[in-house]
Write a protein that binds this ligand. Structure first.
Ligand SMILES: Nc1ncnc2c1ncn2[C@@H]1O[C@H](COP(=O)(O)OP(=O)(O)O)[C@@H](O)[C@H]1O
Ligand SMILES: O=c1ccn([C@@H]2O[C@H](COP(=O)(O)O)[C@@H](O)[C@H]2O)c(=O)[nH]1
Length: 202
């Protein structure tokens, strides 16, 4: 199994790039694992407390479970990938059966901060968009899709997202084999990654 990691700051366009890459590829041969599925289980906290969690710190991720799942997939076993709710700021009771494929894409802001996960990635990709672009995209998405208001997101950007990005996420760019500039839609880069995957599939 080839494991491709796709990291980059919030709003840089990771999910969009992944969707563009897998769009024309067979779903039984290429799968996706999202870091968001592996946020720690916060069921013991009320929603108001969960909303105060620093979701941009590596400690917010259950890397042990993610590593276990990648090892299982690599050995051909299926895993139950948790399903995350951004509205509830918690894992749901649901899981999605994720079976081993020839290629697995792992995407998330923090995936390259963990040495064990980094070690398992055969190709490391960092998607870059300027911080103003990312903030604009994040603001629109938080307000339209994730249940936050404008002031909450702007406050969180200053107090948490920006410092965590500078401390933990941006430094992982140095581990990348490929950096995709994504201030604009980058179809050339997407085609190149898809070509690499297609070669693995033959
Ligand atoms: N290259 C781009 N140009 C403009 N908007 C983009 C681009 N890539 C993604 N977006 C938009 O920005 C928002 C965040 O993108 P998303 O792929 O969810 O980012 P990430 O997964 O890195 O947080 C989405 O609304 C998406 O449609
Ligand atoms: O409950 C939550 C958990 C996380 N977040 C934010 O999500 C982003 C990571 O997702 P991207 O799609 O890569 O942007 C991270 O910056 C967290 O702050 C959230 O809003 N709510």
């Amino acid at each position: 199994m080839l494991i491709i990691g796709i990291a980059g700051g919030t709003g840089c366009g990771k999910t969009t790039v992944v969707n563009q890459i897998i769009n024309e590829l067979p779903t039984d041969e290429v799968g996706v694992i999202s870091q968001d599925s592996y946020y720690n289980d916060l069921s013991h906290l009320p929603l108001a407390e969960r909303k105060k969690t620093n979701f941009d710190h590596p400690k917010s991720i259950d890397f042990t479970l993610l590593e276990e799942h990648l090892i299982a997939l690599k050995s051909g076993q299926s895993v139950q990938q948790p399903v995350y709710s951004f509205i509830d700021c918690n894992r749901t009771d649901e899981t999605v059966e994720t079976y081993a494929r020839k290629v697995m894409i792992v995407e998330g802001i923090l995936i390259m901060t963990n040495p064990k996960i980094r070690e398992m990635l055969d190709i490391k990709i960092y998607v870059h968009a300027d911080s103003d672009e990312r903030l604009i995209r994040r603001l629109k998405r938080d307000v339209n899709e994730r249940g936050w208001n404008m002031n909450e997101t702007l406050d969180k950007y200053q107090s948490t997202l920006k410092p965590m990005h500078l401390q933990f996420i941006e430094p992982t760019k140095e581990y990348a084999d490929i950096i995709i500039p994504n201030n604009k839609y980058n179809t050339v880069a997407v085609d190149i990654v898809r070509t690499i995957i297609t070669e693995k599939l033959v």
